[in-house]
Design a binder for this molecule. Sequence first.
Ligand code: HEC
Ligand code: HEC
Length: 341
Amino acid sequence: MRHWVSLTLLALVLPLGMAFTLATDESPSVRAVIRASYRRPTAIQFPSSNPYSEAKSTLGKMLFFDPILSGSKTRSCATCHNPSLSWGDGLSRAIGEDPQGLPLRAPTLIDVAFTEPLGWDGKFRTLESVAFGPLTNPANMNLSEAELTARLSAIPGYVDAFARAFGVGAITRARIEAALATFERGIVAGESPFDRWVMGDETAISAAAKRGFDIFNGKAHCSACHSGPSFTDGSFQDIGIGKDDDLGRGRLFPMSEKLKYAFKTPTLRDVARRAPYMHNGSVATLEDVIELYDKGGIDRPSRSPLIKPLSLTAGEKSELIAFLQTLTASTGATALPMLPR
Ligand code: HEC
Ligand code: HEC
């Protein structure tokens, strides 16, 4: 069972889905039907095992931005999932406490409420189960569970905030996970020009972007994987990027030929703001992404049959990019929480 909490209730700026009807003078077209499939949901689903409360979300936000969650007290979750960098870090590989860096790029957290399982290889079934991965990984935040709960329990402001969110009782791993996940479920895409177009404003995006939308859903069949309002069907695919022992989901399913080099299809929300691209940050620009799809990536048995040379013209490539640029939301700065000390 899941509980739905209205986005407006969460005071997030998403006036979507309220009054979508096609203008009567617009003849029903394939484009209109496809367009409607990208309509934003009006509410966020919270699991009944961790229902929404404002106190939990407020606490989760403090934890998310607090550097005492790392061994050296220098990096928080927001170091790599920075709201001003579209909830990523702008790097090709994330860098934690180990200066060598991590083998993966930090994904955006936009729309994580809608895109479980999580992680490039899908190893996290729920949002709750993610947090202690980065927290306790010595190369990432490098803090033990015991040290973390001890640090938080020594700060009266945190003791109070946990009591408000969960009632009195010890500060536990499960409570930290629940609070962080509640905050993260509120990280949803802001309204983009594309959303205004989906809601019926014909002037919201250019004619080139509309043609790009048709190519995205037609000739280039990008929407076979990047479908729905978060632009992902949550599937794991080899698009011909990973090599050698960079097996992605194939590491979890060594008997599967199809899952070799398969990575999670990422959301394309805000994509123009989130270079470099892919799980390993190996593709520098959106132009390069389109070139890669046009050629088709490494040809091998695990590669998706949808990934093959597309013969896009120069005009079609720039229209696809014009369309992808309409997915950028104009969001204001995220207010930082007061950290209890
Ligand atoms: C050093 C950078 C770094 C820090 C700090 C960090 N993360 Fe991440 N985060 C990553 C990387 C890299 C991945 C991809 C991991 C994978 O796929 O296995 C990731 C993945 C995630 C995901 C999955 C997103 C998706 O779409 O699949 C979530 C959720 C997440 N992190 C939350 C957090 C939280 C909560 C914290 C703080 C407790 C945190 N992260 C701290 C780098 C970081
Ligand atoms: C077979 C499924 C599939 C199809 C078809 C597909 N993609 Fe992807 N897309 C993926 C996967 C999987 C990734 C991540 C791959 C990785 O990191 O190794 C990805 C990554 C991306 C990225 C990088 C996003 C980021 O945050 O790193 C962009 C941009 C993108 N795709 C756009 C497109 C466009 C445009 C098309 C059509 C020309 C398309 N995709 C077709 C599955 C697909």
